[in-house]
Design a protein around this ligand. Structure first.
Ligand code: ADP
Ligand code: MG
Length: 361
């Protein structure tokens, strides 16, 4: 057979490059919600409101009270590889923000009709930038940012066809916010769909500055209480009754959180939350370790419930593996595995756990 005629190599047009890249970042409305909430958190927001129409397919807005984007930087924020979060390779190795690739906004803008309304506190008024037309005009807003994403995948019908029902897309959006909410008790979250409030998790306020400054132990206790309140709000009030505090440190790894008692186990693995340095992750090492900790107490195909917060030196974990940043790579995964395994095992072996297990038997 004849070789096909060779065509010359050419650079792809910018817009096409963005759309191809968007395929890695934006799969469905929930991916947009996740990226925009990441950005709001990176901006130091204490209150984040998500509003959706048609499961987020027709409209997603995310409002925050964060640091805002100055007028002259609005257009830059939408460019590919434009970020305020890292400057060099050194920063990349110790990244502490949720984002750093500078890709999300460009990707989202290339597959939707997007606008940004923002005002830093020091700036006189707000400005609204329409991504498609590039039009920039004065507007009104309190300090903070509102991102608006309309008609997701309107220009790529093939991708739009892969979306599920509005109810399913909404459930994924709520799950995306839930994952954030479980690690940020100091931030208030609200989700609206079609004008109705779907979920609201109120912020736990930090101690007022006129109150006595808490010492380290008191601070830990305050944090624990704030975390417990958020866990109860998000996972239901029974979760606290049916779980044991995990607080374990081994080598470079600290594991905190709560492990559900075997009785609280579910048929689906839909309440297993793992965080690494405040970032929600799905990771085989962590899931396997947690599962192994339940080996002797959980039988059949029941799925344990847990929220585990792993802290580790940023130099010992690589979060730069995948654009959606849900995967991580540990420098010493054995050490992390052991810490999670023993942390959860110890919690389940604690006197209170034993008491509850006996009572249930
Ligand atoms: P990244 O988060 O990786 O930096 P993004 O494309 O998500 O990339 O955002 C680009 C930049 O826009 C961010 O670095 C930040 O400076 C700014 N930005 C985005 N969203 C917000 C927000 N809600 N509040 C303040 N600044 C924001
Ligand atoms: Mg981002």
């Amino acid at each position: 057979s004849a070789t096909p005629a060779r065509r010359p190599i050419q650079d792809l047009p910018d817009e096409l490059v963005s759309q191809i890249a968007a395929g890695e970042v934006v799969e469905r409305p929930a991916s947009v919600v996740r990226e925009l909430v990441d950005n709001a958190l990176d901006a130091g927001a204490t209150s984040i409101t998500v509003r959706l129409l048609a499961g987020g397919v027709r409209l997603i807005t995310v409002e925050d009270d964060g640091c805002g984007i100055p007028r002259e930087e609005l257009a830059i924020a939408l460019r590919r590889h434009a970020t305020s979060k890292i400057r060099n390779l050194h920063d990349l190795e110790s990244v502490a923000t949720m984002g750093f690739r500078g890709e999300a906004l460009a990707a989202i803008a290339s597959v939707s009709e997007m606008s940004v309304l923002s005002r830093p506190a020091q700036q006189e008024g707000a400005y609204l930038l329409d991504a498609r037309s590039g039009e920039l005009r004065p507007a009104a807003r309190n300090p903070g940012t509102t991102m608006e994403v309309k008609e997701l995948f309107f220009s790529t019908p093939a991708r739009r066809k892969f979306l599920k029902t509005d109810a399913t897309e909404l459930a994924h959006c709520v799950e995306a916010v839930r994952r954030h909410a479980l690690t940020r008790p100091g931030v208030g979250f609200a989700i609206w769909h079609e004008g109705k409030l779907v979920e609201q998790w109120r912020a736990t306020l930090p101690p007022r500055s006129d109150e006595a400054q808490p010492d380290n132990a008191a601070l830990q206790q305050l944090e624990q209480r704030a975390m417990d309140k958020r866990l109860a709000d998000v996972l239901g009030p029974d979760f606290l009754e049916q779980s044991i505090v995990v607080n374990y440190q081994a080598g470079h790894v600290q594991v905190r959180g709560r492990a559900g008692l075997p009785d609280a186990a579910r048929s689906r693995a839909d309440q297993q939350f793992c965080y690494v340095n405040g970032r929600f992750v799905r990771d085989k090492v962590l899931t396997h370790a947690a599962r192994a900790a339940y080996e002797d107490v959980l039988h059949g195909h029941r799925q344990p419930v847990y929220a585990l917060y792993i802290s580790i030196d940023p130099m010992r974990v690589d979060v730069n593996v995948h654009p959606t940043k849900i995967e991580v790579r540990f420098r010493d995964s054995r050490e992390v595995h052991q810490a999670v395994l023993h942390g959860v095992e110890n919690a389940l072996a604690a006197p209170r756990a034993q008491q509850l297990l006996d009572a249930a038997a």
